[in-house]
Design a protein around this ligand. Structure first.
Ligand SMILES: [Zn+2]
Length: 110
């Protein structure tokens, strides 16, 4: 495999510490991290070659992926929050959605 100098994004956004707790409680996602991940541009890359900081992601396709994924997550969290029996409080929903919208904005910059 050719050396890849780019920093990618984890397609499952697995390293998103802030939303992990929210999503884990909502969906029961496992918390263990595999050494390689599927990137936003469709590659299998080492986790070390991915970043959760929008400013650190240099792969253009992954930046676009990240912006769209976080917009989607923001909307998803908001729709989850209004379901009867939702495990999330309105404050948690607002905070998580704002967090994802902020990340989406940062991915579209630069
Ligand atoms: Zn990429």
């Amino acid at each position: 495999m050719a050396a890849d100098p780019h920093i990618h994004i984890d397609a499952r956004l697995g390293g998103q510490a802030a939303s992990r707790a929210v999503l884990a409680s909502a969906f029961g996602l496992a918390a263990d991290l595999p050494p390689t991940v599927r990137s936003g541009c469709g590659l299998e890359v080492a986790r070390a070659m991915t970043s959760v900081r929008p400013e650190s992601v240099t792969c253009l396709t992954c930046r676009e992926f990240g912006a769209e994924a976080h917009e989607r997550l923001a909307a998803q969290v908001e729709s989850l929050g209004v379901l009867p029996g939702s495990p999330l409080t309105p404050a948690q929903v607002h905070e998580a959605a704002a967090h994802h919208r902020d990340l989406a904005r940062r991915f579209t910059r630069g």
